[in-house]
Design a protein around this ligand. Structure first.
Ligand SMILES: *Cc1c(COP(=O)(O)O)cnc(C)c1O
Length: 305
């Protein structure tokens, strides 16, 4: 298979002890997508997998995508562009500040061409006008939406539950993850229907109440391949743990992340996985997760070495 060009290991499922959580008597396991590959690990590998195949089938046109100045998506795309020999263009929201930050520097080193676009143009990036400008610039191109979130990505992310065992010792199981576009969550919901007594909780990293619920609903409606009687596992979005908005932090979050890393030795960061575990701690304190439940946290990556 085409994806074999990247050396990937299966994501390990690790038991983690954290006193704040174990006092609520939950069993915590972490699915380490971040360990699959150091350059393109995390959920982005699942999001890109079938896009890579499609780009290859199309004869490797230039690939155009979008993101903020700290976009893990652009970073992963730049890496696969180099590995699979297709040209990548990253449109970066706002200014491109020099010297480049580590993410953009990595993109640049992988051969991605970076273009700054104003916040206004960024908002209009799906408009016919913007697309026709791209067409006059590149003629033939493959466009990947922000975060790499498209149908191919959905298919890729629906494979994530394969790495979660069917049987659980607990009566109830929660799969938790941090959500930006909500696509990874939608993929897990689609691919997880064989998992029994399981519920998916997505922690929004954005200050946009209700937004991710609508996005996930739309993604779930994209796939028609499902048989009509197949029941999806239940899911919900927690909108209250963004700590001020995307990439924003506060003292409580940072202290939590610090404590968590010190006690568990598990690397997390405050933009995505930190907010997920912080949100989980709040749900546990509120009694919203029953004792003796199993929690499978998806480590979506976000740390670069
Ligand atoms: C991109 C990313 C996410 C968000 O994934 P979505 O599919 O957009 O919800 C979560 N965690 C990390 C570390 C990411 O890089």
């Amino acid at each position: 298979m085409l994806i074999d060009k990247i050396s990937l290991i299966d994501p390990p499922l690790e038991d983690v002890e954290f006193s704040d959580f174990s006092k609520h008597r939950i069993r915590l396991k972490i699915l380490r997508l971040d360990r699959m590959n150091l350059e393109v690990g995390g959920n982005k590998i699942f999001k890109l997998k079938y896009n890579i195949e499609k780009i290859h089938k199309l004869g490797s046109p230039v690939v155009v995508s979008f993101g903020g100045a700290y976009s893990n998506h652009l970073r992963a795309l730049a890496a696969v562009g180099r590995i699979y020999s297709f040209k990548t263009h990253g449109f970066v929201r706002g200014e491109i500040v020099r010297p480049l930050n580590p993410i953009l520097k990595f993109c640049d080193q992988q051969g991605m061409e970076l273009h700054a676009i104003s916040r206004e143009d960024y908002r209009l990036k799906s408009s016919e006008d913007f697309i026709s400008r791209l067409r006059s610039q590149f003629r033939d191109f493959y466009i990947l939406p922000e975060g790499g979130s498209n149908k191919e990505a959905l298919l890729g992310c629906s494979e994530i539950p394969q790495f979660i065992p069917q049987v659980s010792q607990s009566k109830l199981r929660y799969i938790i993850l941090a959500c930006g576009t909500g696509l990874t969550l939608a993929g897990i919901v689609l691919g997880g229907s064989r998992l029994e007594r399981t519920k998916v909780i997505g922690f929004s990293v954005l200050k946009a109440p209700g937004y991710l619920y609508r996005e996930v609903t739309n993604y779930l409606a994209l796939t028609k391949s499902r048989s009509p009687n197949e029941e999806l596992i239940s899911w919900q979005i927690e909108d209250d743990y963004h700590c001020g908005g995307y990439a924003k932090t506060n003292a409580r979050l940072l202290e939590f992340v610090d404590n968590f890393m010190r006690e568990t030795n598990l690397p997390i960061e405050p933009v995505y996985t930190g907010k997920m575990f912080y949100g989980l701690s709040q749900l546990l304190d509120r009694g919203a997760v029953p004792p003796d439940a199993e929690v499978v946290a998806i480590h979506t990556g976000g740390l670069h070495h």
